[in-house]
Write a protein of this length. Structure first.
Length: 167
């Protein structure tokens, strides 16, 4: 049974495409001045390219830290790490094939909601990235969840955005 504990949300009533997250690749897009999260970057049929604004990133991290503190009784580490260090700590992580990253690029979808649902029986979290067109989901344990958010954080251009790396 899922217990919804946190949601950053905007309502939408149209049918959405649903995919399971197999790979997640965050990258700063200087042209759009946004973070692009490519879900399943090497699968044309299951790829989604979410774009995240600066204001959404700031809100997302405060809500994420609240969720982790409440559910797992811990806090997200604030020390910045390199992407290579983060990739090494995520189980089954591998470097992104940049050729496929560009080859299968989809239309950009603005990320409007992130939901965290705690699964009590196995102490995992169902993570959902939601746009007006699509929804991507993944079940993670505490360490994997923290690593995903640290990986996204490593893509933020802190100086260019004028924000602290200790969000």
């Amino acid at each position: 049974m899922h217990k919804k504990t946190k949601s950053i949300q905007k309502k939408s009533f149209m049918s959405k495409r649903n995919v399971q997250i197999q790979t997640l690749t965050p990258k700063y897009d200087p042209r759009e001045d946004r973070i692009r999260i490519s879900i399943n970057y090497d699968s044309f049929e299951n790829r989604i390219d979410f774009m995240i604004t600066r204001s959404f990133i700031l809100m997302m991290y405060s809500r994420f830290d609240e969720y982790v503190a409440k559910v797992y009784k811990t806090h997200l580490p604030t020390a910045p790490q390199s992407k290579e260090q983060m990739i090494q700590t995520i189980s089954n992580a591998s470097k992104t094939d940049t050729t496929n990253l560009e080859l299968y690029k989809q239309n950009d979808e603005l990320l409007v909601t992130i939901e965290f649902s705690f699964i009590a029986k196995n102490e995992q979290t169902l993570l959902k990235f939601i746009s007006d067109q699509s929804e991507a989901t993944m079940v993670l344990d505490k360490k994997q969840l923290q690593n995903i958010f640290m990986l996204i954080k490593s893509s933020i251009p802190f100086v260019a955005w004028g924000i602290s790396s200790h969000i």
